[in-house]
Ligand binder design. Structure first.
Ligand code: UGB
Length: 586
């Protein structure tokens, strides 16, 4: 009351809203008028932001929170009435005829697609100090994830336009950032000239954090570092839908004749090898929603794609998050929970959070929901009475929960690809990765890089190159397969047919070799490589690589992740590349 005169009429309104919502405790410790007045104004700026960035405002946030907290306290099962079963989807085999025709269709569709990278997370499990998209996907060339993603989109754009006989179409590229990642993402783009993309083609959408909750009545938590602020935490990647909707981008894209929106995550160096084919599946099967999936090891930290059938007859295909799948199965007649079957994998395909949405139906749905996604809350209670929390909690939402509000007529499908070609994220720090049960993927910087070499080696093998078998090696306590270090620019090998068309004769690559292809029109013929070969080719120059290349090459020198004299992005992978000798061709 005493501070009311400091406030603008809008701020007085906000104060009233807070009081009506049972949040008077936020003002209890405020100083007398004249003391900390600027901080008090800043408090209302924050409240205004929290109010405007959430669909329905703070009133809606608190109402939803009370409902979800009550359900959580009562131990209500979010899957009440639902029985899980294994759904059927499109299963692709890299390189076979059907895969090749899906790839071709996907490349044709790409000029009608927009790409959305969700990169607002700090990656707490990885514990890296920088932003994850700046990490090298592999250290042979040092290409970071963001560069690799942008180059893939540009290569797709070029190939798709070529097939359509034009050159003008630009594929929109959106990055969702947060306060944790925004400034550093902008700096990374700007200091690298947007990795060759036009700056106007890239749009950044920043997600806001949401208010933390102190108790079951959804009293907002005071920031422990500043009594004039509400504590906030990330709301999750599900924010991407409301941001795309409220930015007006979806409508612009629709008006421009686009048909697809593709969502993907921050550190999967393989993903774009799977994108053309899965976009082809979306177009051929006319899916409104298509999630990309890989065979999943039981208890692996990726969600399971599941068919949920309700006792009232409703049924949907949806991701069940990794921490919920096991309890759901145990509660519904699968006493062993989440376990591998005779194939060595869980029967539920693993969600890799690569979603392809059909734009028309997406806009239709979002104009009803405003992009709000079904949320959840995960409070850590002090004891069994569930009356108080160990630390404040907040509502969260996930982008893959989008189909939850769709009508039963929606065509929701999924596409399964082998992990070796589609999924190798960098999520776990070396210490935790080394503890992953044997046979399960490490999801570390080490395994992420090794997976790129493995995939490229296997692909060249399928295209007719004799690639030597890998050797087993241990880096940062993780046993990995070390294949020849083969990398290429996306514009060289966007699809399997394109790669095949650039290889002829008897080519071979030894295990200790490194091959870097930087140009577009590079043709390998009767190449015998034992060492390191770098092929540079100017934009349209055609380079034929033939004959034998033999030199000392590049070796991998182990480093320990605890050795802080080594830069963090190197030591988290457990090796550094020692560039002893190479041959360059132009
Ligand atoms: N992200 C944001 O942009 N904003 C946020 O507030 C949070 C994250 P994590 P998670 O494919 O391996 C997901 O933390 O959430 C971005 C799926 O839910 O890496 O544990 C962040 O920058 C799960 O079903 O993953 O698990 C990153 O790009 C499974 O599919 C992305 O969101 C798993 O990913 C994912 O964030 C997986």
């Amino acid at each position: 009351q005493k501070n009311l005169h400091l406030l603008s009429p809008q701020q007085v309104e906000l104060a009233k809203i807070l009081l009506e919502l049972g949040q008077s405790h936020l003002f209890e410790h405020w100083a007398e008028p004249g003391v900390d007045d600027n901080e008090k104004k800043a408090f209302f700026d924050q409240v205004a932001r929290l109010n405007s960035s959430y669909p329905g405002g703070l009133a809606s946030y608190i109402k939803t929170a009370r409902g979800l907290l009550a359900d959580s306290k009562a131990g209500k099962n979010p899957f009440d009435g639902f029985t899980p079963s294994v759904p059927t989807g499109e299963v692709l085999t890299f390189g076979d005829d059907s895969f090749i025709s899906f790839e071709d269709r996907g490349v044709r569709e790409a000029r009608k697609a927009a790409f959305v990278l969700v990169a607002g997370g700090l990656g707490e499990r990885l514990g890296y100090n920088g932003i994850k998209v700046a990490l090298p996907a592999e250290t042979t060339t040092g290409t970071c994830f963001l560069q690799s993603y942008i180059e893939y989109v540009l290569a797709l754009q070029e190939a798709s336009n070529r097939l359509a006989g034009e050159s003008e179409t630009e594929i929109p590229f959106v990055i969702m950032t947060s306060d944790d990642t925004h400034t550093r993402t902008v700096a990374l783009l700007e200091s690298n000239s947007y990795f060759g993309m036009k700056p106007s083609q890239v749009k950044l959408l920043k997600q806001e954090k949401v208010a933390c909750l102190d108790d079951n009545e959804a009293r907002l938590a005071v920031d422990p570092h500043n009594k004039y602020r509400i504590q906030t935490k990330p709301h999750g990647h599900g924010d991407v839908h409301s941001l795309l909707y409220s930015s007006g981008l979806l409508q612009n894209w629709h008006n421009a004749g686009l048909r697809w929106v593709l969502f993907f995550q921050d550190t999967n160096g393989l993903l774009f090898k799977a994108i053309p084919a899965s976009l082809g599946v979306s177009a051929t099967r006319e899916y409104h929603v298509n999630s990309l999936a890989v065979p999943r090891k039981a208890k692996e930290a990726i969600g399971g794609i599941t068919r949920l059938t309700h006792t009232d007859g409703r049924s949907m295909v949806i991701n069940v998050e990794y921490n919920q799948l096991d309890p759901l199965l145990r509660a519904t007649g699968f006493p062993d929970g989440d376990v591998n079957n005779e194939t060595g994998y869980s029967p539920f395909p693993g969600n890799i959070n690569q979603l392809i949405l059909e734009l028309g139906s997406y806009i239709e749905e979002l104009s009803k929901t405003g992009g709000a996604i079904k949320e959840f809350v995960n409070p850590k209670y002090k004891d069994a009475t569930k009356t108080s929390f160990k630390s404040s909690t907040r509502l969260e939402c996930m982008m893959q929960d989008y189909p939850k509000t769709l009508p039963p007529s929606a065509r929701v499908g999924f596409t399964v690809m082998d992990s070796w070609v589609a999924y190798a994220p960098v999520k776990n720090n070396p210490e935790d990765a080394a503890k992953v049960p044997k046979g399960n993927p490490y999801h570390s910087a080490t395994s992420g890089e090794m997976a790129i070499y493995r995939a490229n080696s296997l692909i060249l093998g399928k295209a007719g190159v004799k690639v030597a078998d890998p050797v087993e090696q241990v880096f940062n306590g993780q046993e990995v397969e070390l294949w020849p270090r083969i990398t290429w620019k996306p514009k060289w090998g966007l699809t399997f047919s394109e790669i095949k068309s650039k290889i002829s004769g008897n080519c071979s690559i030894s295990q200790r070799s490194t091959l870097v292809i930087k140009g577009k029109s590079v043709y390998l013929k009767d190449l015998s490589l034992d060492g390191t070969l770098i092929v540079n080719a100017a934009e349209d120059a055609e380079v034929k690589v033939e004959g034998s290349v033999h030199n000392k090459g590049w070796t991998l020198e182990p480093v320990d992740y605890k050795d802080t004299s080594v830069p963090e992005e190197i030591r988290i992978r457990g090796f550094r590349i020692n560039k002893i000798e190479q041959e360059e061709r132009n």
